[in-house]
Write a protein that binds this ligand. Structure first.
Ligand code: PMP
Length: 461
Protein backbone atom coordinates (compact mmCIF):
# COMPACT_ATOMS: atom_id res chain seq x y z
CA UNK A 1 0.00 0.00 0.00
CA UNK A 2 1.40 3.48 -0.78
CA UNK A 3 2.72 5.18 2.34
CA UNK A 4 0.58 8.22 3.02
CA UNK A 5 -0.23 10.10 6.17
CA UNK A 6 -3.98 9.78 6.56
CA UNK A 7 -5.74 13.09 7.09
CA UNK A 8 -8.52 12.98 9.68
CA UNK A 9 -11.89 12.56 7.97
CA UNK A 10 -14.59 14.53 9.70
CA UNK A 11 -16.55 15.30 6.59
CA UNK A 12 -17.95 12.82 4.08
CA UNK A 13 -15.78 12.25 1.03
CA UNK A 14 -17.19 14.15 -1.95
CA UNK A 15 -19.39 11.93 -4.12
CA UNK A 16 -21.47 12.59 -7.22
CA UNK A 17 -25.17 13.19 -6.78
CA UNK A 18 -24.95 14.93 -3.45
CA UNK A 19 -27.02 17.86 -4.73
CA UNK A 20 -29.58 15.89 -6.73
CA UNK A 21 -33.15 16.98 -5.97
CA UNK A 22 -36.03 14.52 -6.19
CA UNK A 23 -39.80 15.13 -6.19
CA UNK A 24 -41.85 14.16 -3.15
CA UNK A 25 -45.30 12.69 -3.36
CA UNK A 26 -46.39 15.09 -0.64
CA UNK A 27 -45.44 18.06 -2.84
CA UNK A 28 -42.18 19.90 -3.44
CA UNK A 29 -38.82 18.24 -3.60
CA UNK A 30 -35.81 17.47 -1.46
CA UNK A 31 -32.16 16.54 -1.76
CA UNK A 32 -31.85 12.83 -2.42
CA UNK A 33 -30.51 10.78 0.49
CA UNK A 34 -28.69 7.82 -1.08
CA UNK A 35 -28.82 5.16 1.62
CA UNK A 36 -28.39 2.13 -0.60
CA UNK A 37 -24.59 1.97 -0.74
CA UNK A 38 -24.63 -1.81 -0.29
CA UNK A 39 -26.31 -2.14 -3.69
CA UNK A 40 -24.25 0.48 -5.53
CA UNK A 41 -22.39 3.37 -3.97
CA UNK A 42 -22.24 6.77 -5.66
CA UNK A 43 -19.02 7.52 -7.52
CA UNK A 44 -16.39 9.40 -5.60
CA UNK A 45 -15.85 12.82 -7.17
CA UNK A 46 -12.16 11.92 -7.28
CA UNK A 47 -12.90 8.78 -9.31
CA UNK A 48 -15.05 10.75 -11.72
CA UNK A 49 -12.31 13.39 -12.12
CA UNK A 50 -9.63 10.76 -12.70
CA UNK A 51 -11.77 9.02 -15.32
CA UNK A 52 -12.49 12.37 -17.01
CA UNK A 53 -8.77 13.22 -17.02
CA UNK A 54 -7.98 9.94 -18.75
CA UNK A 55 -10.95 9.95 -21.19
CA UNK A 56 -9.24 11.96 -23.98
CA UNK A 57 -6.34 9.51 -23.89
CA UNK A 58 -8.57 6.43 -24.05
CA UNK A 59 -7.27 3.73 -26.36
CA UNK A 60 -7.09 -0.03 -26.85
CA UNK A 61 -5.22 -2.08 -24.26
CA UNK A 62 -2.52 -4.63 -25.20
CA UNK A 63 -3.30 -4.20 -28.89
CA UNK A 64 -2.16 -0.99 -30.50
CA UNK A 65 1.20 0.44 -31.48
CA UNK A 66 -0.16 3.98 -31.16
CA UNK A 67 0.82 6.29 -28.33
CA UNK A 68 -2.61 6.28 -26.70
CA UNK A 69 -2.73 2.51 -26.87
CA UNK A 70 0.59 2.31 -25.12
CA UNK A 71 -0.57 4.83 -22.54
CA UNK A 72 -3.82 2.93 -21.95
CA UNK A 73 -1.95 -0.35 -21.56
CA UNK A 74 0.35 1.26 -19.06
CA UNK A 75 -2.60 2.69 -17.12
CA UNK A 76 -4.34 -0.70 -17.08
CA UNK A 77 -1.25 -2.51 -15.77
CA UNK A 78 -0.66 0.25 -13.21
CA UNK A 79 -4.24 -0.21 -12.03
CA UNK A 80 -3.43 -3.86 -11.36
CA UNK A 81 -0.48 -2.85 -9.21
CA UNK A 82 -2.53 -0.26 -7.30
CA UNK A 83 -5.23 -2.84 -6.56
CA UNK A 84 -2.59 -5.37 -5.45
CA UNK A 85 -1.25 -2.76 -3.03
CA UNK A 86 -4.71 -1.82 -1.78
CA UNK A 87 -5.49 -5.49 -1.05
CA UNK A 88 -2.11 -6.25 0.54
CA UNK A 89 -1.48 -9.03 -1.96
CA UNK A 90 1.52 -11.34 -1.76
CA UNK A 91 4.24 -10.86 -4.40
CA UNK A 92 3.14 -13.80 -6.53
CA UNK A 93 -0.62 -13.15 -6.36
CA UNK A 94 -2.48 -12.32 -9.54
CA UNK A 95 -4.95 -9.47 -9.92
CA UNK A 96 -7.55 -10.23 -12.59
CA UNK A 97 -10.02 -7.59 -13.73
CA UNK A 98 -13.54 -8.95 -14.06
CA UNK A 99 -16.99 -7.39 -14.36
CA UNK A 100 -18.02 -7.76 -10.70
CA UNK A 101 -17.86 -9.93 -7.59
CA UNK A 102 -20.33 -12.32 -9.18
CA UNK A 103 -18.08 -12.61 -12.22
CA UNK A 104 -14.96 -13.05 -10.06
CA UNK A 105 -16.48 -15.88 -8.01
CA UNK A 106 -17.82 -17.61 -11.11
CA UNK A 107 -14.36 -17.37 -12.65
CA UNK A 108 -12.83 -18.98 -9.58
CA UNK A 109 -15.54 -21.64 -9.47
CA UNK A 110 -14.62 -22.62 -13.04
CA UNK A 111 -10.90 -22.61 -12.23
CA UNK A 112 -10.92 -24.89 -9.18
CA UNK A 113 -9.83 -28.49 -9.74
CA UNK A 114 -12.63 -30.75 -10.98
CA UNK A 115 -12.77 -32.68 -7.72
CA UNK A 116 -12.71 -29.57 -5.50
CA UNK A 117 -15.38 -29.51 -2.81
CA UNK A 118 -16.65 -26.06 -1.88
CA UNK A 119 -17.85 -25.27 1.68
CA UNK A 120 -20.23 -22.36 1.94
CA UNK A 121 -22.43 -21.07 4.75
CA UNK A 122 -26.07 -20.91 3.72
CA UNK A 123 -26.02 -17.29 4.83
CA UNK A 124 -23.91 -16.17 1.87
CA UNK A 125 -25.02 -13.83 -0.88
CA UNK A 126 -26.18 -15.82 -3.91
CA UNK A 127 -22.99 -14.78 -5.76
CA UNK A 128 -20.96 -16.80 -3.24
CA UNK A 129 -23.61 -19.45 -2.66
CA UNK A 130 -24.39 -20.61 -6.17
CA UNK A 131 -21.39 -20.83 -8.54
CA UNK A 132 -19.79 -24.00 -7.14
CA UNK A 133 -20.03 -27.37 -8.92
CA UNK A 134 -19.59 -29.59 -5.82
CA UNK A 135 -20.69 -27.84 -2.68
CA UNK A 136 -21.49 -28.54 0.95
CA UNK A 137 -23.76 -25.94 2.54
CA UNK A 138 -23.17 -25.15 6.21
CA UNK A 139 -25.98 -24.13 8.57
CA UNK A 140 -26.30 -20.51 9.65
CA UNK A 141 -24.07 -19.92 12.69
CA UNK A 142 -25.35 -17.74 15.54
CA UNK A 143 -21.92 -16.59 16.72
CA UNK A 144 -18.58 -16.05 14.98
CA UNK A 145 -17.11 -18.86 17.14
CA UNK A 146 -19.85 -21.21 16.02
CA UNK A 147 -19.01 -20.37 12.41
CA UNK A 148 -15.42 -21.48 12.96
CA UNK A 149 -16.48 -24.67 14.78
CA UNK A 150 -19.02 -25.54 12.10
CA UNK A 151 -16.42 -25.12 9.39
CA UNK A 152 -13.81 -27.15 11.26
CA UNK A 153 -16.23 -30.04 11.75
CA UNK A 154 -17.28 -30.03 8.11
CA UNK A 155 -13.71 -29.92 6.85
CA UNK A 156 -12.53 -32.62 9.26
CA UNK A 157 -15.23 -34.98 8.04
CA UNK A 158 -14.66 -34.43 4.33
CA UNK A 159 -13.14 -36.96 1.95
CA UNK A 160 -9.59 -36.44 0.64
CA UNK A 161 -9.12 -33.93 -2.14
CA UNK A 162 -8.99 -30.21 -2.79
CA UNK A 163 -11.42 -28.00 -0.90
CA UNK A 164 -12.35 -24.34 -1.03
CA UNK A 165 -14.18 -22.30 1.59
CA UNK A 166 -16.05 -19.23 0.37
CA UNK A 167 -16.99 -16.64 2.96
CA UNK A 168 -18.18 -13.06 3.00
CA UNK A 169 -16.21 -10.46 4.95
CA UNK A 170 -19.25 -8.35 5.81
CA UNK A 171 -22.85 -9.41 5.28
CA UNK A 172 -24.87 -7.48 2.73
CA UNK A 173 -27.95 -8.01 4.93
CA UNK A 174 -26.85 -7.57 8.53
CA UNK A 175 -23.59 -5.71 7.91
CA UNK A 176 -21.97 -8.03 10.43
CA UNK A 177 -18.28 -8.82 10.12
CA UNK A 178 -17.33 -12.47 9.76
CA UNK A 179 -14.27 -13.95 11.50
CA UNK A 180 -12.27 -14.13 8.29
CA UNK A 181 -8.77 -14.78 9.62
CA UNK A 182 -10.07 -17.47 12.03
CA UNK A 183 -11.96 -19.15 9.19
CA UNK A 184 -8.83 -18.92 7.02
CA UNK A 185 -6.76 -20.56 9.76
CA UNK A 186 -9.36 -23.32 10.12
CA UNK A 187 -9.45 -23.86 6.35
CA UNK A 188 -5.69 -24.07 6.06
CA UNK A 189 -5.36 -26.33 9.11
CA UNK A 190 -7.58 -28.80 7.26
CA UNK A 191 -5.80 -28.47 3.92
CA UNK A 192 -8.49 -26.31 2.33
CA UNK A 193 -8.22 -22.93 0.65
CA UNK A 194 -10.41 -19.90 1.19
CA UNK A 195 -11.82 -17.11 -0.94
CA UNK A 196 -13.08 -13.90 0.66
CA UNK A 197 -16.13 -12.21 -0.81
CA UNK A 198 -15.16 -8.64 0.01
CA UNK A 199 -17.98 -6.97 -1.93
CA UNK A 200 -19.26 -5.34 1.26
CA UNK A 201 -16.03 -5.35 3.25
CA UNK A 202 -13.63 -3.57 0.90
CA UNK A 203 -15.63 -0.29 0.71
CA UNK A 204 -15.70 -0.01 4.52
CA UNK A 205 -12.59 -1.71 5.90
CA UNK A 206 -9.00 -2.33 4.94
CA UNK A 207 -8.59 -5.79 3.37
CA UNK A 208 -5.16 -7.34 3.78
CA UNK A 209 -4.95 -10.59 1.86
CA UNK A 210 -1.57 -11.55 3.28
CA UNK A 211 -2.43 -10.67 6.90
CA UNK A 212 -5.83 -12.37 6.75
CA UNK A 213 -4.13 -15.28 4.99
CA UNK A 214 -6.93 -15.75 2.49
CA UNK A 215 -6.10 -17.37 -0.84
CA UNK A 216 -8.32 -15.16 -3.00
CA UNK A 217 -10.44 -12.08 -2.64
CA UNK A 218 -13.24 -10.74 -4.85
CA UNK A 219 -14.91 -7.33 -4.92
CA UNK A 220 -16.90 -5.01 -7.19
CA UNK A 221 -16.01 -1.51 -8.37
CA UNK A 222 -19.58 -0.21 -8.21
CA UNK A 223 -19.76 -0.79 -4.45
CA UNK A 224 -16.33 0.80 -4.03
CA UNK A 225 -17.36 4.20 -5.44
CA UNK A 226 -16.18 3.23 -8.96
CA UNK A 227 -19.28 2.44 -11.02
CA UNK A 228 -17.70 1.67 -14.38
CA UNK A 229 -18.42 -2.04 -14.78
CA UNK A 230 -15.30 -3.58 -13.28
CA UNK A 231 -14.54 -6.02 -10.51
CA UNK A 232 -11.51 -7.87 -9.20
CA UNK A 233 -10.40 -11.39 -8.39
CA UNK A 234 -6.99 -11.44 -6.72
CA UNK A 235 -4.97 -14.22 -5.20
CA UNK A 236 -3.02 -17.40 -5.76
CA UNK A 237 -2.02 -18.12 -9.31
CA UNK A 238 -1.57 -21.93 -9.36
CA UNK A 239 -5.22 -23.00 -9.79
CA UNK A 240 -5.81 -20.08 -12.12
CA UNK A 241 -2.84 -21.01 -14.30
CA UNK A 242 -3.87 -24.66 -14.43
CA UNK A 243 -7.45 -23.89 -15.46
CA UNK A 244 -8.92 -23.45 -18.90
CA UNK A 245 -9.45 -19.74 -19.63
CA UNK A 246 -12.69 -18.37 -18.20
CA UNK A 247 -13.52 -16.86 -21.58
CA UNK A 248 -12.07 -18.14 -24.83
CA UNK A 249 -10.95 -15.47 -27.27
CA UNK A 250 -8.40 -12.87 -28.21
CA UNK A 251 -6.16 -11.57 -25.48
CA UNK A 252 -6.19 -14.95 -23.69
CA UNK A 253 -4.65 -16.82 -26.63
CA UNK A 254 -0.93 -16.63 -27.39
CA UNK A 255 -0.92 -18.76 -30.56
CA UNK A 256 -3.71 -20.35 -32.57
CA UNK A 257 -3.10 -22.68 -35.52
CA UNK A 258 -5.26 -24.89 -37.71
CA UNK A 259 -4.67 -28.61 -37.27
CA UNK A 260 -4.50 -31.14 -40.07
CA UNK A 261 -7.74 -32.69 -38.81
CA UNK A 262 -9.55 -29.38 -39.32
CA UNK A 263 -9.62 -28.19 -35.70
CA UNK A 264 -7.41 -25.61 -34.01
CA UNK A 265 -4.56 -25.84 -31.55
CA UNK A 266 -4.50 -23.05 -28.98
CA UNK A 267 -1.68 -22.04 -26.73
CA UNK A 268 -3.17 -19.92 -23.94
CA UNK A 269 -1.48 -17.12 -22.10
CA UNK A 270 -0.52 -17.48 -18.47
CA UNK A 271 -0.95 -14.67 -15.95
CA UNK A 272 -4.05 -12.49 -15.64
CA UNK A 273 -4.45 -12.31 -19.44
CA UNK A 274 -5.45 -15.99 -19.41
CA UNK A 275 -8.79 -15.09 -17.84
CA UNK A 276 -9.27 -11.62 -19.36
CA UNK A 277 -10.12 -12.47 -22.97
CA UNK A 278 -11.59 -9.68 -25.06
CA UNK A 279 -10.85 -5.97 -24.87
CA UNK A 280 -10.44 -5.11 -21.21
CA UNK A 281 -12.46 -2.41 -19.48
CA UNK A 282 -9.61 0.04 -18.98
CA UNK A 283 -11.89 2.81 -17.68
CA UNK A 284 -13.36 0.42 -15.12
CA UNK A 285 -9.90 -0.69 -13.98
CA UNK A 286 -8.66 2.90 -13.82
CA UNK A 287 -11.74 3.88 -11.79
CA UNK A 288 -11.18 1.05 -9.30
CA UNK A 289 -7.53 2.01 -8.91
CA UNK A 290 -8.54 5.63 -8.39
CA UNK A 291 -11.03 4.60 -5.68
CA UNK A 292 -8.40 2.44 -3.98
CA UNK A 293 -6.00 5.39 -3.91
CA UNK A 294 -8.69 7.79 -2.69
CA UNK A 295 -9.72 5.51 0.20
CA UNK A 296 -6.10 4.82 1.13
CA UNK A 297 -5.31 8.53 1.17
CA UNK A 298 -8.40 9.37 3.21
CA UNK A 299 -7.25 6.70 5.67
CA UNK A 300 -9.37 3.75 6.73
CA UNK A 301 -9.03 4.40 10.48
CA UNK A 302 -10.74 7.76 10.06
CA UNK A 303 -13.31 6.41 7.58
CA UNK A 304 -14.14 3.51 9.90
CA UNK A 305 -14.45 5.83 12.91
CA UNK A 306 -16.84 8.11 11.05
CA UNK A 307 -18.93 5.22 9.77
CA UNK A 308 -19.14 3.75 13.28
CA UNK A 309 -20.54 7.03 14.49
CA UNK A 310 -23.19 7.01 11.75
CA UNK A 311 -23.97 3.35 12.48
CA UNK A 312 -24.46 4.11 16.18
CA UNK A 313 -26.83 6.96 15.26
CA UNK A 314 -28.92 4.60 13.14
CA UNK A 315 -28.89 1.81 15.75
CA UNK A 316 -29.85 4.17 18.57
CA UNK A 317 -32.49 5.86 16.43
CA UNK A 318 -34.10 2.58 15.37
CA UNK A 319 -34.00 1.25 18.94
CA UNK A 320 -36.20 4.18 20.01
CA UNK A 321 -38.95 3.31 17.50
CA UNK A 322 -41.45 0.73 18.73
CA UNK A 323 -42.00 -2.31 16.52
CA UNK A 324 -38.72 -2.03 14.62
CA UNK A 325 -36.57 -5.18 14.67
CA UNK A 326 -33.00 -5.01 13.35
CA UNK A 327 -31.90 -8.30 11.79
CA UNK A 328 -28.82 -10.00 13.13
CA UNK A 329 -27.08 -13.36 13.20
CA UNK A 330 -24.42 -12.55 15.76
CA UNK A 331 -26.32 -10.26 18.15
CA UNK A 332 -26.81 -6.50 18.50
CA UNK A 333 -23.25 -5.76 19.64
CA UNK A 334 -21.51 -7.61 16.81
CA UNK A 335 -19.01 -5.48 14.91
CA UNK A 336 -20.50 -4.38 11.60
CA UNK A 337 -20.17 -2.06 8.65
CA UNK A 338 -22.75 0.58 7.74
CA UNK A 339 -25.36 -1.89 6.52
CA UNK A 340 -28.50 -2.65 8.60
CA UNK A 341 -31.68 -4.46 7.70
CA UNK A 342 -34.88 -4.33 9.68
CA UNK A 343 -38.56 -5.16 9.69
CA UNK A 344 -41.37 -3.06 11.09
CA UNK A 345 -44.39 -4.59 12.82
CA UNK A 346 -47.53 -4.22 10.75
CA UNK A 347 -45.68 -2.99 7.67
CA UNK A 348 -44.77 -4.72 4.47
CA UNK A 349 -41.12 -3.81 3.92
CA UNK A 350 -41.66 -2.80 0.30
CA UNK A 351 -44.32 -0.30 1.37
CA UNK A 352 -42.09 1.04 4.09
CA UNK A 353 -39.22 1.55 1.64
CA UNK A 354 -41.64 3.13 -0.84
CA UNK A 355 -42.88 5.59 1.79
CA UNK A 356 -39.30 6.55 2.74
CA UNK A 357 -38.66 7.31 -0.90
CA UNK A 358 -41.93 9.02 -1.78
CA UNK A 359 -42.33 11.12 1.34
CA UNK A 360 -38.74 11.76 2.46
CA UNK A 361 -36.56 11.40 -0.65
CA UNK A 362 -34.64 8.56 0.97
CA UNK A 363 -33.37 5.70 -1.21
CA UNK A 364 -33.11 2.38 0.65
CA UNK A 365 -33.65 -1.16 -0.56
CA UNK A 366 -36.27 -3.71 0.37
CA UNK A 367 -36.54 -7.42 -0.40
CA UNK A 368 -34.38 -10.45 0.26
CA UNK A 369 -31.11 -8.93 -0.95
CA UNK A 370 -30.01 -11.97 -3.01
CA UNK A 371 -29.55 -13.89 0.23
CA UNK A 372 -32.78 -15.87 0.58
CA UNK A 373 -31.55 -18.54 3.03
CA UNK A 374 -30.05 -15.85 5.26
CA UNK A 375 -33.32 -13.91 5.30
CA UNK A 376 -35.13 -17.08 6.32
CA UNK A 377 -32.57 -17.72 9.06
CA UNK A 378 -32.90 -14.25 10.58
CA UNK A 379 -36.63 -13.85 10.02
CA UNK A 380 -37.52 -17.39 11.03
CA UNK A 381 -39.26 -18.18 7.75
CA UNK A 382 -39.72 -21.67 6.43
CA UNK A 383 -41.09 -21.06 2.97
CA UNK A 384 -39.55 -22.61 -0.13
CA UNK A 385 -41.11 -19.95 -2.29
CA UNK A 386 -38.79 -17.13 -3.14
CA UNK A 387 -39.02 -14.15 -5.39
CA UNK A 388 -36.16 -12.59 -7.26
CA UNK A 389 -33.37 -10.85 -5.39
CA UNK A 390 -35.48 -7.83 -4.61
CA UNK A 391 -38.90 -9.41 -4.35
CA UNK A 392 -40.72 -10.62 -1.32
CA UNK A 393 -41.37 -14.30 -0.74
CA UNK A 394 -44.06 -15.89 1.36
CA UNK A 395 -43.06 -16.34 4.98
CA UNK A 396 -44.74 -18.16 7.83
CA UNK A 397 -48.51 -17.80 7.77
CA UNK A 398 -48.36 -16.16 4.36
CA UNK A 399 -46.67 -13.08 5.89
CA UNK A 400 -44.29 -11.53 3.39
CA UNK A 401 -40.67 -12.43 3.96
CA UNK A 402 -38.68 -9.33 3.24
CA UNK A 403 -36.91 -6.53 4.99
CA UNK A 404 -35.76 -2.94 4.58
CA UNK A 405 -32.03 -2.31 4.26
CA UNK A 406 -30.31 0.98 4.96
CA UNK A 407 -26.65 1.29 3.99
CA UNK A 408 -24.17 4.12 3.87
CA UNK A 409 -20.47 4.86 3.69
CA UNK A 410 -17.70 7.33 3.07
CA UNK A 411 -19.89 9.79 1.16
CA UNK A 412 -22.83 9.88 3.56
CA UNK A 413 -23.51 13.17 5.37
CA UNK A 414 -24.93 13.02 8.90
CA UNK A 415 -28.11 14.69 7.65
CA UNK A 416 -29.01 11.62 5.58
CA UNK A 417 -28.97 9.21 8.49
CA UNK A 418 -30.68 11.77 10.73
CA UNK A 419 -33.44 12.24 8.15
CA UNK A 420 -33.76 8.47 7.86
CA UNK A 421 -34.07 7.90 11.61
CA UNK A 422 -36.61 10.71 11.89
CA UNK A 423 -38.61 9.37 8.95
CA UNK A 424 -38.76 5.85 10.41
CA UNK A 425 -40.12 7.26 13.66
CA UNK A 426 -42.64 9.49 11.88
CA UNK A 427 -43.90 6.68 9.65
CA UNK A 428 -44.27 4.19 12.49
CA UNK A 429 -45.95 6.65 14.84
CA UNK A 430 -47.95 8.72 12.38
CA UNK A 431 -48.48 6.37 9.47
CA UNK A 432 -47.91 7.21 5.84
CA UNK A 433 -49.06 10.53 4.46
CA UNK A 434 -49.61 9.17 0.96
CA UNK A 435 -52.35 6.72 0.08
CA UNK A 436 -50.23 4.18 -1.78
CA UNK A 437 -47.47 3.76 0.74
CA UNK A 438 -49.32 1.15 2.72
CA UNK A 439 -51.52 -1.78 1.94
CA UNK A 440 -51.27 -1.28 -1.79
CA UNK A 441 -49.78 -3.50 -4.43
CA UNK A 442 -48.04 -0.62 -6.15
CA UNK A 443 -45.29 1.21 -4.28
CA UNK A 444 -45.77 4.94 -4.11
CA UNK A 445 -42.86 6.06 -6.33
CA UNK A 446 -44.89 5.07 -9.38
CA UNK A 447 -47.04 8.11 -8.74
CA UNK A 448 -44.11 10.42 -9.33
CA UNK A 449 -42.83 11.20 -12.81
CA UNK A 450 -39.29 9.94 -13.34
CA UNK A 451 -37.52 12.88 -14.94
CA UNK A 452 -33.82 12.52 -15.49
CA UNK A 453 -32.13 15.55 -17.03
CA UNK A 454 -29.70 13.51 -19.14
CA UNK A 455 -29.93 12.51 -22.79
CA UNK A 456 -31.85 9.27 -23.11
CA UNK A 457 -32.95 9.38 -19.50
CA UNK A 458 -36.35 11.00 -19.59
CA UNK A 459 -39.26 8.76 -18.92
CA UNK A 460 -42.88 9.54 -19.55
CA UNK A 461 -43.97 7.72 -16.40
N1 PMP B 1 -21.38 -10.55 -2.46
C1 PMP B 1 -21.96 -9.68 -1.64
C2 PMP B 1 -21.72 -9.82 -0.17
C3 PMP B 1 -22.76 -8.67 -2.15
O1 PMP B 1 -23.32 -7.79 -1.33
C4 PMP B 1 -22.94 -8.57 -3.54
C5 PMP B 1 -23.83 -7.50 -4.16
N2 PMP B 1 -24.96 -7.20 -3.44
C6 PMP B 1 -22.31 -9.50 -4.36
C7 PMP B 1 -21.53 -10.47 -3.80
C8 PMP B 1 -22.45 -9.45 -5.84
O2 PMP B 1 -21.88 -8.28 -6.32
P1 PMP B 1 -22.10 -7.86 -7.84
O3 PMP B 1 -23.57 -7.69 -8.01
O4 PMP B 1 -21.34 -6.58 -7.97
O5 PMP B 1 -21.55 -8.96 -8.66
Amino acid sequence: MPSVTPAPVHEPLPVLGRDVRVPLITGGETTYAALDYAASAPALQRVWDDVAAYAPYYGSVHRGAGYLSQLSTDLFENARRTVAGFLGCRGDDQVIFTRSTTDSLNLLARAVPDDCQAFVFETEHHASLLPWRRVTYLAAPRTPEQAVRTLEQALAGRPQGPALVCVTGASNVTGELWPVSELAAAAHAHGARIVLDAAQLAPHHPVDVAALDVDWVAFSGHKLYAPFGSGVLAGRSDWLEAAEPYLAGGGASRRVARRADGGVDVEWHGGPARHEAGSPNVIGAHAIASACTALTEAGFPALVARERRLTAKVQEGLARVPGVRVLSLFGPDAPRVGVLSFVVDGWDSSHFAAALSAEYGIGVRDGLFCAHPLLRAVLGGASDEAGECGAAAAGPGGRSLNAVRVSFGAGTPDEHVERFVGAVGDLVRGGPRSPLSRGSAAPAPHLRPLRVPVPGGTSGR
